[in-house]
Write a protein that binds this ligand. Structure first.
Ligand code: ATP
Length: 223
């Protein structure tokens, strides 16, 4: 079953075309790696799939529903309720503790503070982060911060986790640990993952790999 799909998606930034007819269908529960050269349109494609950017042409479908025609508020609700996000630099809120950062998506969705923090704390144990619950992001290593960001991306049990270079700021060993946990957690939860990466070792965790080239999706690697 296809859970999320881009059909003929085009998007330009001013006169710069970033996507020129991108087609991609992701199966439910699939872990998909999106690779390709710098500037080829990978992040833009991820942002279109996730309802952050609206394409100028083409369609985005999620769970049988058209997404690109929804208004900003509806897309925002969809992101909050159905999607999780992990970016290259964790983007934790520095004023909040690690557990508050993880609880944030639940708090924003209206869960009360105590149950939200309880749900957040469960992820600390799961991801080997016990004892770090009250630290602020400045007091975490890069790998710890990225695992906290992963916990935040998964805490609302999203249908799709979007990860944009989730290991890009980490050394290779730490990056592998984060990917191990990302993949194990996604498999355990049945979460679909779309991960943008330029690292072959990260893509190796995926069930399938696609290449974005000049704003189009291909599965072939051209020399
Ligand atoms: N906000 C923006 N404003 C203007 N141009 C943009 C913007 N975001 C992306 N672009 C341009 O769109 C094209 C695709 O960018 P995108 O970030 O999707 O590529 P990418 O494949 O993710 O690259 P990288 O691997 O370097 O992150 C590039 O030419 C880029 O310069």
């Amino acid at each position: 079953m296809i859970i999320i799909e881009a059909r003929g998606v085009e998007l330009s930034f001013g006169h710069t075309p970033a996507l020129r007819g991108a087609d991609l269908a992701v199966g439910a529960g699939e872990i998909l790696a999106v690779m390709g050269p710098s500037g080829s349109g990978k992040s833009t494609l991820l942002h279109c799939l996730a309802g952050i950017l609206v394409p100028t042409a083409g369609e985005i479908h999620f769970d049988g529903r058209r997404v690109d025609t929804l208004g900003e508020n509806e897309r925002s609700a969809l992101r909050r309720d159905r999607f999780g996000f992990v970016f290259q630099f964790g983007q934790l809120v520095p004023e909040l503790t690690a557990e508050e950062n993880v609880a944030l998506p639940l708090l924003l969705a209206g869960t009360r503070r105590e149950p939200a923090l309880r749900a957040a704390r469960a992820w600390f144990e799961r991801l080997g982060l016990d004892g770090l619950e009250r630290r602020r992001s400045g007091e975490l290593s890069g790998g710890q911060a990225q695992r906290v960001a992963l916990a935040r991306g998964l805490v609302s049990r999203p249908r799709v986790l979007f990860a944009d270079e989730p290991t890009g700021s980490l050394d290779s060993l730490t990056g592998e640990q984060v990917m191990d946990q990302l993949v194990a957690s996604a498999r355990a939860e049945g979460t679909t993952v779309v991960v943008v990466t330029h690292e072959a070792r990260v893509a190796a965790y995926a069930d399938r790999e696609v290449i974005v080239r000049d704003g189009k999706v291909t599965t072939l690697v051209h020399p």
